[in-house]
Design a protein around this ligand. Structure first.
Ligand SMILES: *[C@@H]1O[C@H](CO)[C@@H](O)[C@H](O)[C@H]1NC(C)=O
Ligand SMILES: *[C@@H]1O[C@H](CO)[C@@H](O)[C@H](O)[C@H]1NC(C)=O
Ligand SMILES: *[C@@H]1O[C@H](CO)[C@@H](O)[C@H](O)[C@H]1NC(C)=O
Ligand SMILES: *[C@@H]1O[C@H](CO)[C@@H](O)[C@H](O)[C@H]1NC(C)=O
Ligand SMILES: *[C@@H]1O[C@H](CO)[C@@H](O)[C@H](O)[C@H]1NC(C)=O
Ligand SMILES: *[C@@H]1O[C@H](CO)[C@@H](O)[C@H](O)[C@H]1NC(C)=O
Ligand SMILES: *[C@@H]1O[C@H](CO)[C@@H](O)[C@H](O)[C@H]1NC(C)=O
Ligand SMILES: *[C@@H]1O[C@H](CO)[C@@H](O)[C@H](O)[C@H]1NC(C)=O
Ligand SMILES: *[C@@H]1O[C@H](CO)[C@@H](O)[C@H](O)[C@H]1NC(C)=O
Ligand SMILES: *[C@@H]1O[C@H](CO)[C@@H](O)[C@H](O)[C@H]1NC(C)=O
Length: 795
C-alpha cells in the first residue's frame, strides 16, 4: 500500500496523507502519556509532541524523527521563545491554534492563527506540522516549516523574513550564539551578541538569494528571483555533485551550535552498517578562522580564554593552561583562570610582601593565534624584560614576544585559534606557594578566589557578557571548592593527608605503574589540586605496623624540606598497613634513563645534573634541622623535571625502613655497586655513606656508563668492568680522556673533567673519615676550592 502511493502524483499523495492524519479540534497531548502518543505522521517517521530535556523534569514541544534511535529534534517551540514546561503540562488544538497550558493554568500559544479558524492539524511525512482551515479550501494557516528553529528538512524553503538560530549547546535548545538570515537579498551567517539577538559582522554568505531551498531530492541552494540557483559558496567542504538518495536516507541541514551549517545524512534502514548521523558537507570549512568580527566584539567561534581548532571536521575549544571551563558541560562556553588574576588579586595580608615574580609564572603555548586583545607593544625589548614586565603588570594576562617586540594582552582573550606557525605565547599562571609559612595558607587562597577580580578590565566590552561571566564565575568557583579532594594537613607542614580511597581513585586502582624502587612500587595518579595535577603515588612496603609515630615524625621532617633539587612531597596516606606517599610527578623520568640511553646527554647537561644533585645532598646533610641521610643515592633515585633540573627522590625513608636490630648483610639498605664499605663493618652509618654513593654516581655521570658492567671475559676489556677501579687506573696512568669515550663536550672542558674525576675518587675512599663532606664536595665541584691529588681509594 505504502509503495503504491509513492507512484501517484505528489498532490494526490499529499491529499491522502492529510486524510490519514487529521488531528481534530480539542485533541490534547499530555507530558505524561507523550511517549506513547505523540501526533505521528502517516509513515510514522516524524512525530509532534513533548520531548523531555535530558537530565531534567522539563519538556519542550518538538518535532522529531520517531523511527530512529536518536529521536533527533528538528523543530522546537523553545526557539519560538517559549520556555521549557514542567511535567503535567498539556497542548490542545483549538480553533485559534495550538495552546500550551502549564499545571498551574498559565497558557501560551505555540501557534496562533488570529482571524482564521483552524479545522484540523496534521503531522506530515515531510516533517512539517501544519494547521489547516476548511473555510479556505484547506489552506494551511500555520506550518512549522515557516517557523524554523535550527534545522531545515528536504522540501522546506526558507523565506527572507525567516531565520535559523542555533541552539545554545547540544542539549540546551534555547536560542544560541549564531544565526542564518537574509539581508539585502543575501543569505548571511552572523554571531550574535548573546543573549540578545543583535548581530555582529557576518562570517559567511550564500550569495544573492530570494530564498533558501532544501529540495525534495536533498539539494540545498539559494534561488534568486529570476530562478538562478547558486549552491553554497565555493568551499571544498561543501561537496557538490553528491548522489543523494532520499528514498533510503534521511537528510537534514542544521545550523550547529558552534556556527557551522551542516548537511547530515542518516540511513532509514536500522540494519544499515552506517548508523547515526554522518556529516555530508558543511560551511564554513574552518569556523575557527571564519568568525572574526572586524571590530573585535564577541569571543569568536569559541568562548573567551580558549582557542579553537578543527578536529575531524568539527571545531573544538581548548582552555589556556591554568584555565578551566566556565560551564564544564560546554566546551564552547569559554574558560576562566583557576587562580585570581587581575589588579588587587594579591592584596591578602599574607601576600602583600610577596613579589609578583614569586606569585606568577608563565606557561608556554606554541602555534596559536590571538589576533586581538593587545594593549601594549614595546620595542625593542628582550624576552626576559617582556616577561618581567607582564609579571608585574596586573592587567597583563598573556605576553607575546617576537622580533624584539613585546606585546601584552589583556583579559579576556578572544578569537583564539590554533595555527601552525602561529605565535608562541606566554600565559601568566599562578605558581605553587613554595616555602611559604606553614599553616592555613590554602584556606586563605580560597577565600581570595571568591572576590570579584575582573572589575575595570572589561570596560568597553559588552556589559551583559561581563555580568553574566562574573556571575557564572563566582558560582562555579564556589562549586569548584567543594569538589577538591578533602585533605587535612600535617600540623607543621604543607603535606596533606589523603584517604586510601582517594588515592585509589586518583591512580585509577593503581593501574599505571611508573617504576619499582627499593621502598615500593610507584604509580601515576591525578589529583585535583590547585597546584599539582599529575602526581606519583608510592606504595611503601616492608614497613612494620604500629610505627605511626615514627612515620608521622619522619614525614614531618620530609615535609619541612624545600629545595629545588629535592622531589617535593605533596601528601601521604596512613591507614593501617596502607602507607603511601604522594610526590610531584617528574615528566622526564630518572637520571638512569638519561645516562644509560643510546644518545648520551651532552656534557653541559651532565654538569648541571652533577651540581644540582650535590646541592640537594648538601641541603639534606647540612641545612635541615636534623641531617637526613639518604642511604640509597643512585641514578634511579634522581628524577628529572620539565626544566631538566635533577631532583633527589626517596630521601628520608631509609631511617623508617631500617631495622632496629643490628645490621646484617640482608638488612643493608642501598644498592650493590653504590654502597659504602662501612655497611659491612661494625661502624656507625653517617652522612658519608651518601658521599660514597655520590662519588660512584659522579663517575657514572662523567662516563655515561653503569658502575658495574657484565663484560665477556677474553675481550681485553675486563679492566673496565668495575667503574671505580677503571677510573682510578685511568687517573693514575693519566688516561682520563679514555673515560669519556670521545665526548667532545667533555674533552673541550678538560680542566673540569680532571677535577671532577679527582673529586669522585676522594668521595669513594674506603675509610669514611677520608671522604670530604658534601659541602666540601660542592665547593670543589664548583671550582672554588683546589682539589688535591687523591690517594688510592682501596687502601
Ligand atoms: C480532514 O479534515 C478536512 C477538513 O475538515 C476534511 O475535509 C477531511 O475530510 C478530513 N479527513 C479525514 C480523514 O477526516
Ligand atoms: C471543543 O471543546 C469545547 C469546550 O469543551 C466545545 O465547546 C467544542 O464543541 C469542542 N469542539 C469540538 C469540535 O469537539
Ligand atoms: C497572530 O497574532 C499574534 C499577536 O498579534 C502574532 O504574534 C502572530 O504572528 C499572528 N499569527 C499569524 C499566523 O499571523
Ligand atoms: C483580524 O480581524 C480584525 C477585525 O476582525 C482586523 O482588524 C484585522 O486586520 C484582522 N487581521 C488579519 C491579519 O487579517
Ligand atoms: C477553492 O478552490 C477552488 C478550486 O481550486 C477555487 O475555485 C476557489 O476560488 C477556492 N476558494 C477559496 C475561498 O479560496
Ligand atoms: C513571510 O514572507 C512570505 C512571502 O515571502 C509571506 O507569505 C509570509 O506571510 C511572511 N510571513 C510573515 C510572518 O511575515
Ligand atoms: C539553557 O541555558 C540557559 C542559559 O544558560 C539557562 O538559563 C537554561 O536554564 C538552560 N536550560 C536547560 C534546560 O538547561
Ligand atoms: C538572475 O539574478 C542574478 C542576481 O540576482 C544575476 O546575477 C543573474 O545574472 C540573473 N540571471 C538571469 C538569467 O537573469
Ligand atoms: C587548574 O587548571 C589546570 C589546567 O591547566 C587543571 O588541570 C587543574 O585541574 C585546575 N585546577 C583546579 C583546582 O581547577
Ligand atoms: C623586525 O622588526 C624590524 C623593526 O621593526 C622590522 O624592520 C623587520 O621587518 C621585522 N622583521 C620581521 C621578520 O618581522
Amino acid at each position: 500500500m505504502a509503495s503504491a502511493t509513492f507512484f501517484i502524483s505528489p498532490l494526490l499523495f499529499l491529499h491522502i496523507t492529510l486524510a490519514l492524519a487529521n488531528i481534530t479540534i480539542n485533541s490534547t497531548l499530555y507530558t505524561n502519556n507523550n511517549n506513547n502518543n505523540p501526533w505521528r505522521s502517516p509513515s510514522g517517521e516524524f512525530a509532534f509532541g513533548f520531548q523531555q530535556i535530558k537530565d531534567t523534569k522539563l519538556f519542550i514541544v518538538a518535532i522529531w524523527y520517531d523511527k530512529i534511535l536518536e529521536k533527533t529534534i528538528v523543530w522546537n517551540s523553545y526557539s519560538q521563545s517559549n520556555n521549557p514546561t514542567p511535567t503535567g503540562s498539556k497542548i490542545q488544538l483549538t480553533q485559534s491554534g495550538l495552546k500550551l497550558t502549564t499545571p498551574n493554568g498559565e497558557s501560551t500559544w505555540i501557534a496562533q492563527t488570529n482571524n482564521t479558524t483552524v479545522s484540523y492539524g496534521s503531522m506530515l511525512d515531510t516533517g512539517n506540522f501544519v494547521l489547516a482551515s476548511s473555510d479556505n479550501n484547506n489552506t494551511l494557516v500555520w506550518q512549522s516549516f515557516k517557523n524554523p528553529s535550527d534545522t531545515l528538512l528536504p522540501s522546506q524553503i526558507l523565506e527572507p523574513n525567516l531565520t535559523l538560530t542555533s541552539r545554545l549547546k547540544d542539549s540546551n535548545y534555547t536560542r544560541g550564539r549564531f544565526q542564518l538570515y537574509f539581508q539585502d537579498n543575501f543569505i548571511l551567517f552572523s554571531p550574535l551578541a548573546w543573549p540578545t539577538e543583535l548581530r555582529y559582522t557576518y562570517y559567511e554568505d550564500f550569495g544573492p538569494a530570494a530564498h533558501l531551498v532544501f529540495d525534495e531530492r536533498g539539494e540545498i541552494y539559494a534561488e534568486a528571483k529570476n530562478g538562478t540557483r547558486t549552491p553554497p559558496k565555493e568551499d571544498p567542504n561543501w561537496r557538490p555533485d553528491l548522489v543523494l538518495d532520499t528514498w533510503n536516507n534521511y537528510y537534514r541541514a542544521t545550523l550547529d551550535y558552534y556556527g557551522v551549517f551542516t548537511q547530515y545524512v542518516h540511513s532509514k534502514d536500522s540494519n544499515s552498517q552506517q548508523q547515526g548521523w554522518r556529516i555530508l558537507r558543511y560551511i564554513p570549512g574552518d569556523i575557527c578562522t571564519s568568525v572574526l568580527d572586524g571590530y573585535g566584539y564577541g569571543s569568536g567561534a569559541c568562548g573567551y580564554n580558549s582557542y579553537c581548532s578543527m578536529l575531524e571536521q568539527r571545531p573544538t575549544c581548548t582552555c589556556l593552561d591554568g584555565y578551566t571551563l566556565i560551564d564544564p558541560s560546554n566546551v564552547f562556553g569559554g574558560c576562566q583562570p583557576n587562580f585570581t588574576l587581575g589588579c588587587g588579586a594579591d592584596n591578602s595580608d599574607e601576600e602583600l610582601q610577596a613579589r609578583p615574580e614569586e606569585l606568577y609564572t608563565f606557561k608556554v603555548l606554541n602555534d596559536v593565534d590571538f589576533p586581538l586583545n593587545d594593549y601594549e607593544k614595546i620595542q625593542p625589548y628582550t624576552l626576559d624584560a617582556c616577561q618581567q614586565d607582564c609579571l608585574k603588570d596586573c592587567i597583563c594576562a598573556v605576553a607575546i614576544y617576537d622580533n624584539q617586540t613585546c606585546w601584552k594582552k589583556r583579559f579576556p582573550l578572544s578569537f583564539g585559534k590554533a595555527k601552525s606557525g602561529g605565535q608562541t605565547i606566554f600565559i601568566k599562571t599562578r605558581v605553587a606557594p613554595l616555602g611559604t609559612p606553614p599553616g592555613s595558607k590554602s584556606k586563605k587562597d580560597d577565600d581570595n578566589n571568591v572576590k570579584p577580580v575582573f572589575i575595570g578590565l572589561l570596560t568597553g566590552l559588552l556589559v551583559i557578557n561581563v555580568v553574566l561571566l562574573a556571575a557564572v564565575l563566582s558560582v562555579i568557583r564556589l562549586k569548584k571548592r567543594k569538589r577538591e579532594i578533602k585533605v587535612s594537613s600535617l600540623l607543621e607542614t604543607n603535606v596533606h593527608s589523603f584517604s586510601y580511597e582517594a588515592l585509589k581513585e586518583a591512580t585509577r586502582g593503581f593501574s599505571e605503574e611508573l617504576g619499582r624502587g627499593s621502598f615500593g612500587i610507584v604509580y601515576k595518579g591525578t589529583i585535583e589540586s590547585r597546584f599539582y595535577n599529575v602526581v606519583a603515588v608510592k606504595k611503601l612496603d616492608g614497613l612494620a605496623e604500629g610505627r605511626e609515630k615514627e612515620f608521622k615524625a619522619e614525614l614531618n621532617a620530609i615535609g619541612k624540606t624545600s629545595h629545588k633539587n629535592l622531589v617535593r612531597l605533596i601528601g601521604f596516606c596512613d591507614e593501617g598497613t596502607n602507607r603511601l606517599l604522594v610526590y610531584e610527578f617528574m615528566s622526564n623520568g630518572s637520571l638512569a634513563n638519561f645516562l644509560f640511553a643510546l644518545d648520551k646527554p651532552n656534557w653541559d647537561l651532565r654538569v648541571r645534573f652533577g651540581l644540582g644533585i650535590a646541592r640537594g645532598l648538601v641541603y639534606l646533610h647540612e641545612e635541615c634541622d636534623t641531617p637526613i641521610i639518604h642511604c640509597d643515592i643512585k641514578p634511579q633515585n634522581i628524577l628529572i623535571d620539565d626544566n631538566f633540573i635533577a631532583k633527589i627522590s626517596d630521601f628520608g625513608l631509609a631511617k623508617l625502613l631500617l631495622s632496629d636490630q643490628s645490621r646484617t648483610k640482608t638488612m643493608i639498605r642501598g644498592t650493590r655497586g653504590y654502597v659504602a664499605p662501612e655497611w659491612f663493618r661494625n661502624v656507625p652509618v653517617t652522612v658519608k655513606v651518601d658521599v660514597y654513593s655520590f662519588g660512584v654516581m659522579l663517575l657514572e655521570i662523567i662516563c655515561c656508563r653503569r658502575s658495574v658492567l657484565m663484560l665477556e671475559s677474553g675481550g681485553g676489556e675486563e679492566e673496565k668492568a668495575v667503574l671505580t677501579d677503571w677510573a682510578y687506573d685511568c687517573y693514575l696512568e693519566s688516561r682520563i680522556n679514555d673515560l669519556v669515550d670521545g665526548d667532545t663536550g667533555a674533552l673541550a672542558d678538560k680542566g673540569r673533567l680532571q677535577r671532577w674525576v679527582k673529586i669522585a675518587i676522594w668521595c669513594i675512599q674506603e675509610h669514611n673519615e677520608m671522604r670530604p663532606t658534601m659541602g666540601m664536595v660542592l665547593q670543589m665541584l664548583e671550582g672554588f676550592v683546589e682539589v688535591s691529588d687523591p690517594p688510592s681509594p682501596f687502601s
